[in-house]
Design a protein around this ligand. Structure first.
Ligand code: NAD
Length: 500
């Protein structure tokens, strides 16, 4: 298995490694050291997608008939292989994505957890059996696969997110065409190789690397039944529109602008720890990043003092070095977005309490590094308090009450994750009820989801679906209601009403 060499990698279609018909490739480079060329991947086109969809559609005819517990056995094997290679995969991932090793280990672990979880579903996938209103009639519902699934993923969780989608798709009996982000194709390749080694039959999982034109072909083709997309809200909207004419089931997980609310009775030390991890973990490049911190005015000064001091002391560097606490941005484009928003925050009149600069000297010279940045005295109307930055920038907003904090928390277009720090159970439950988000935490930051609970958001973060847990089965299967009449005569529901 090629894991870390600058070799040319191919697409995987119908059980074969094949080059793109475009004849073009793209490079995958280390965001901490751009002279480190990790690999070269196929810049595919619509023709490659066509071949992959063809293979997936054919394979589906066999795969859907494989008993779910047998499909699940392959997943179980896959999970075991990932366990054995966890460290190697985490290193590859840090090298191409940038986040620190402990976090990439967590990313790989999430893929393991999800794969085991979905392997378990192979023996559950519960439907319903209910009494019929008619005599000698049996009624039940069963899950059925939908067919070919287009899986389109971002770069910030390069193995976890593909696993959240591919594993439920497979266990439900669908086949897959997978397009990973062009910024993290090596982790996708590592995961694909695991599936091949675990015994996934040819055509069942196909991988086509490339950019938007590949994605467009995957979202418009009539052979595709499900599109599962994680990425930005702008691209998600395009995906939704592209898939609408053919009535595909579209599952969208998109941007976030998550809030931590710190009340005057909070354990401040705990809150500072949580906001550091939530705001600067993965260099702020998480859909659930704690990019807004709303603090009660009674503890505002103390929180700001401690939080800013801790942010200032974070060690920024190459994620492969043990001392590093925060890695680079994933790309020049992402770094430029951070720089742009720092400028916007200053122009809007927020106080730049720490950070605010690109790091480009010495060991930083060849990477996309930025200082951990905190804006204080932020007004919730400012763009830095409303728009997703996806970088190491946290906006601290003062508030006077829980009610005001909740209003600020809800006052953005996104609805992924929110959290409250308080010792008061009444406030905790009120906030839990009133924050319109898909995920809520008490006395913890906005990140830290576990694979057996639904994951996703409201408003412009999602379109009503959830991934992870049993909720993922709703995306990748559909219900068939089955009635079996063993009376031997015509019985008409709602018409032949029997008197007791
Ligand atoms: P992106 O939207 O730029 O790209 C996501 C994927 O879509 C990539 O594979 C990309 O190549 C592909 N793509 C681009 N144009 C396309 C098109 N027209 N049709 C189909 N596919 C297309 O996002 P990104 O920069 O890779 O990731 C960052 C974003 O992802 C952030 O907004 C973040 O909040 C979001 N995200 C959300 C979640 C969640 O669960 N809600 C999780 C992780 C990341």
């Amino acid at each position: 298995m090629a894991t870390a060499s600058a070799t040319v990698h191919q697409n995987y279609v119908d059980g074969q490694w094949v080059p793109s018909s475009s004849g073009q490739t793209f490079e995958n480079r280390n965001p901490a050291k751009t002279d480190d060329l990790i690999g070269v991947f196929q810049r595919s086109n619509a023709k490659d997608v066509d071949t992959a969809l063809d293979a997936a559609a054919r394979a589906c005819q066999r795969w859907r008939l494989v008993p779910a517990p047998l499909r699940a056995e392959i997943l179980f094997k896959a999970a075991q292989i990932v366990v054995a290679r966890k460290e190697e995969f985490a290193r590859d991932m840090t090298r191409e994505m940038g986040k620190v090793l402990n976090e990439t280990r967590g990313d790989v672990q999430e893929a393991i957890d999800m794969t085991y979880y979905m392997a378990g579903e192979g023996r559950r996938m519960f439907g319903q059996t209910v009494p019929s209103e008619l005599r000698n009639k049996f009624a039940m519902s069963v899950r059925q696969p939908l067919g070919v699934c287009s899986i389109i993923t971002p770069w910030n969780f390069p193995m976890a997110i593909p696993s959240w989608k591919i594993m439920p798709a497979l266990v439900c009996g669908n086949t897959v065409v997978f397009k990973p982000s062009s910024n993290t194709p090596l982790s996708a390749l590592n995961f694909l190789n695991v599936l091949i080694e675990a015994g996934v039959p040819k055509g069942v999982v196909n991988m086509v690397t490339g950019g938007a034109d590949v994605g467009t072909a995957m979202t418009t083709d009539p052979r595709v039944s499900v599109v599962s997309f994680t990425g930005s809200t702008d691209v998600g909207r395009q995906v939704n529109q592209a898939a609408a004419p053919t009535f595909k089931k579209v599952h969208l997980e998109m941007g976030g602008k998550n809030v931590v609310m710190i009340m005057d009775d909070a354990n401040l030390e705990l809150a500072v720890d949580g906001c550091l991890w939530g705001g600067f973990g993965t260099s702020g490049q998480r859909c659930t990043a704690a990019s807004r911190v709303v603090v009660h005015e009674k503890v505002y000064k103390q929180f700001v003092r401690e939080f800013v001091a801790r942010a200032k002391s974070l060690v920024v560097g190459d994620g492969l070095i043990a001392e590093t606490q925060m890695g680079p941005s994933n790309s020049e484009a992402q770094l430029q977005t951070v720089i742009k928003y720092v400028r916007i925050g200053q122009e809007e009149g927020a106080t730049l309490a720490t950070g605010g600069h690109r790091l480009d000297k010495g060991a930083y010279a060849k990477g996309f590094f930025h200082e951990p940045t905190v804006f204080t005295d932020v007004n919730p109307k400012m763009r830095i308090a409303r728009e997703e930055i996806f970088g190491p920038v946290v906006s601290v907003i003062p508030c006077k009450s829980l009610e005001e904090a909740i209003a600020i928390g809800n006052g953005v277009e996104y609805g992924l994750s929110a959290s409250i720090y308080t010792q008061d159970i009444n406030r905790a439950f009120q906030a839990m009820r009133d924050l319109y988000t898909g995920i809520f935490y008490v006395n913890a930051p906005t990140i830290g989801a576990e694979v057996h609970l639904p994951f996703g958001g409201t408003k412009n973060t999602g379109n009503g679906h959830r991934e992870a847990g049993v909720a993922a089965l709703e995306v990748f299967s559909e219900w068939k209601s089955v009635y079996i009449d063993f009376s031997g005569r015509l019985q008409r529901a709602q018409i032949d009403v029997e008197q007791i």
